[in-house]
Design a protein around this ligand. Sequence first.
Ligand SMILES: [Zn+2]
Length: 326
Amino acid sequence: MSPGLNGCLCGLDPSVRYEGPRAAIATLGGSPTWGLGDRFHEIAADGGHPRVGVHRPPTPYGLGPQVEEYRTPRGRTFLRIPTYGQVVDEDPLLRASEWKTFWILWQAGVRILLVGGTSGSCDWRRGATDDDAVRPGDFVLPHSYLPRDTMPTGLPGTELEFCLPRQVAIMDDPFCPTLAGEIRAESRRVSGFRFRRVHGPEAGVVLNRWLAGNSFESLASCRELELFGRLTGRPVITGDCVSPVLARVCGMHLAYYHVVANWGTGLEPDDPTITLDRLYLETLPRVAATLELALLDRLEEPTACRCRALLRARPPEYARALSPPP
Ligand SMILES: [Zn+2]
């Protein structure tokens, strides 16, 4: 294979047609349910959400990730793509994993995208008496994000490849506030488990967004984020999340929740991987799966939020100001 589009190892075939399942709601799993391995469907079946199909659709960027199709107790269909669409032993950036995943979701008609993440808090308030701080064990519904990398913002080979001249994504409320309220309410209904504290969007927590790579943040990055939080009064958490811009461009409400697993690398002397492995494998997976299944059965597309209105149409002159297509 030779490097192709944007260094991607895949070619680009815009003629590919989507032939997978359709649904209005989907989840990308993610680190909160990582510890289940490939057994999410067993927990789902126990709770009355049978998996009714497993697909592997081709995309314009190569073979896509696994797409699982479920039926909820109320008879609704939802899709699940494991772990943000990542494929074992494939570099997600080189293999365009986020393009593949969003192309599938967009083609499937998904309007609500439920995503979970975990990772470190860089809150400057780490003393024992700092009760308002965002600490390990807390549940967070972030208010905004900082991008740690250049995020994908369109779907090459489709009408969404570069739509900026025709419509611009305003990134207020990147994580649907209405759905954040629903997630918060549901997080308090999970039986037999209580998060230490739930920080809603009003807490102003900022997600330092990242998706794929072979490392945690460096000590210097965490110190920088800690200082940003102290200066702005907005605590920062680091962690995985798909591109909020791409979700908005694709017309989706991004419902994002985050479980704080540890302090940011180097901010405390503990090795975060020890508590992380315990949390991922023992405590969190069943709680997160239960939470997600309840939401996937119940969430309706919000009408009071601005998620779709914030993808603003622009005057036609803007597109005409660019060179015409060849
Ligand atoms: Zn919304």
